[in-house]
Design a protein around this ligand. Structure first.
Ligand code: ATP
Length: 601
């Protein structure tokens, strides 16, 4: 296949924001792709060469890409830099420069898809001395042979800007149209949710049809999309929802990990975060303990890693465990910050996929899968505290006990036969109830930073407030929901510019709808946890725009940063439009008031 065919498809996708049209364009294209190339086409459509959980990234700096454009186009560096400042996108800069060059060099070889993959793979693995120069030369080689449109996408791919609007949902719709039926779409989605690898699913489907897709199983080493909880406002509502009986577990305030454990000569342990990052190096002691204490050969379990004081057998606040996420001095951090894992689920063990079995069965199997460690200073491996609840008094008592033990609240879990592990979905088989729910709103919001306003008064010289956005997975777009200026301490304000530097954008991100214009734009990347007094209709904020009332979005009133940076969440995993709408509808009073963005100066 020629690379021009895929570039032409990306271009067509970019020219529309309508999901149905994108699906048709993709389905039509996918049918023409050789099954052997489909896997890489799927990865490349989101700017990658591998599934998301693979840590390898192309990540070339803009400056390096501009150098390659200069070397291929013969333009002056200062002119290219100026174009970049104006356009803010190396892809567009390349397109404009290359289109001029092409008029002069008419007889170059067309670029094949395979050449692009080979050269990009070489860029990805180039490290060490002179690596920047080598990467620049490899990219120049591709640009030399590319057309203007191809150059646009090549430069976006290598700088991590490849967003043509078609997310995994649209891709799965297109796969169903191309190779299956609408009714079989949920099976395709399940295969994706249990492998986190849409390239693998697409290749399997194209080569072996739905029969082959149905045989895809959970496997050690391939992370499974996590199951998420719904929320309700009161304990009696939770008991009602479960028709009077359910399990309550402590909701620990730590870092969720999905552990993939394999013993033997080719054994390994990998701990994945909720956003599929590899966290093994942050918790080497937990990884070791899980491997040593597992009965049997391989397993996938889930648990929450929490900072722990072995002397008093008590839990420590969330901030402590985050110190385990630093890059350097890990052995010292392991010494200084003891951590314990509280396991709450079993997804797979020794050849059996448990994701379609009930919660009670999974829990039973989990509790019989690990040995105790009675030798070390404390047992690093434990199970989440749990009781079966059938009265409101018992529910309240367990909740109070969880809060006294320094947990965030409780997780209520269904005991029915249908209480399977629903990979990748948020539903009422699990319901969370937190201490914060005693406030007006029923949960905190995890929002992406998309802009910043320079501070005034005592905040002069730093960012004084941030423009925050939530996400709509159906359209792949972000919409603003508040201007956040409270809850920051001086140390956080001083660190903010550094944390946001990598996401700076000269223009409004193409995936964002915003009316408010900040002093600095950011690509969605950093996610912060925010509380608010309530939610109201807003003419300026664009989250869930038009869903409750025409010409209005939903904005948070009196938003406040809780102090928690959600670096375990990608911007696509932040609070959705649908959830904000649900919160709005849950509010008893729906005063139509302007959102108030309280900003401390
Ligand atoms: P939150 O910000 O409230 O933690 P979330 O969006 O990360 O929410 P939810 O599914 O809404 O995830 O809430 C469940 C989270 O609670 C899990 O992701 C996990 O990190 C944590 N947790 C702590 N204890 C448990 C438990 N016993 N069972 C399941 N999840 C637990």
């Amino acid at each position: 296949m020629l690379f021009s065919e895929i570039a032409k498809t990306f271009d067509r996708l970019e020219s529309t924001t309508r999901r149905l049209e994108m699906t048709d364009i993709l389905a039509e294209f996918i049918k023409t792709v050789n099954p052997a190339e489909l896997r890489e086409v799927v990865y490349l459509s989101v700017g990658r060469l591998h599934p998301d959980f693979c840590p390898l990234e192309l990540g070339m700096a803009d400056k390096l890409v501009l150098k390659a454009i200069v070397s291929v186009s013969g333009k002056k560096q200062s002119d290219v830099d100026e174009m970049w400042i104006k356009l803010g996108d190396p892809g567009q800069v390349a397109e404009q420069c290359i289109s001029k060059k092409k008029q002069m060099t008419l007889f170059s070889e067309p670029l094949t898809f395979q050449t692009v993959i080979d050269v990009l793979s070489a860029i990805e693995v180039t490290t060490g001395k002179d690596s920047q120069d080598k990467k620049m030369k490899l990219l120049s080689r591709l640009l030399h042979e590319s057309s203007a449109v191809e150059a646009r996408y090549l430069c976006r791919i290598v700088t991590g800007r490849m967003r043509v609007g078609a997310g995994s949902m649209t891709l799965m719709d297109a796969l169903a149209i191309a190779f299956a039926t609408k009714e079989e779409r949920p099976e395709i989605e399940r295969a994706f949710n249990i492998t986190c690898d849409l390239g693998l699913v697409a290749e399997t489907l194209a080569a072996g049809g739905m029969e082959a897709v149905k045989k895809i199983k959970v496997s050690v080493g391939s992370p499974v999309k996590v199951m998420l909880a719904e929320r309700l406002r009161t304990l009696p509502e939770i008991m009602d929802k479960f028709e009077g009986k359910c399990a309550f577990e402590y909701k620990y305030d730590g870092i969720r990990v999905q552990a993939h454990i394999k013993k033997g000569a080719d054994g390994f342990v990998k701990l994945y975060s909720r956003r599929l990052e590899d966290l093994t190096s942050n918790f080497p002691d937990i990884a070791e303990a899980l491997k040593n204490q597992l009965k049997g050969n391989e397993a996938i379990i889930e648990g929450e890693c929490v900072a722990y004081d072995p002397a008093t057998n008590t839990l420590k606040p969330f901030q402590n465990v985050t110190h385990r996420r630093k890059k350097h001095g890990m052995s010292q951090a392991v010494e200084e910050i003891p951590v314990r894992i509280f396991m709450f689920d079993l997804l797979y063990k020794d050849g059996t996929d448990y994701t379609l079995t009930s919660y009670s069965h999974r829990r039973l199997m989990l509790e019989t899968s690990f040995n105790d460690n009675t030798e070390g200073p404390y047992d690093l491996v434990g199970y989440s505290e749990r009781e079966i609840i059938s009265t409101e008094e018992h529910a309240q008592e367990f909740f109070d006990k969880a809060i006294a033990a320094k947990c965030e609240g409780i997780m209520a879990k269904a005991l029915t036969d249908s209480s399977i592990y629903r990979a990748g979905s948020r539903g009422f088989l699990w319901i969370k109830y937190k201490k914060d729910y005693t406030q007006a709103l029923v949960d905190t919001f995890d929002l992406a930073v998309v802009g910043a306003f320079y501070g005034m008064g005592k905040r002069a010289g730093v960012y004084g407030a941030l423009l925050m956005a939530s996400y709509d997975p159906d359209t792949g777009r972000f919409g603003t929901t508040c201007k956040l200026g409270t809850g920051f301490d001086d140390a956080f304000l001083a660190a903010l510019p550094g944390m946001l530097e990598a996401y700076k954008s000269n223009t409004k991100p193409s995936s964002l709808d915003a009316e408010m214009v900040p002093d600095v734009w950011f690509l969605p990347g950093l996610v912060l946890e925010v509380t608010a007094a309530d939610i109201s209709l807003s003419p300026i904020h664009t989250a869930a725009f038009g869903t409750i009332k025409e010409d209005s979005g939903l904005g948070l009133r009196f938003p406040r940063f809780t102090g928690k940076v959600r670096d375990d969440k990608t911007p696509e995993q932040c609070t959705t439009f649908e959830e904000i709408k649900e919160f709005y509808e849950l509010q008893e009073e729906r005063d139509v008031q302007e959102p108030v963005d309280a900003v401390e100066e």
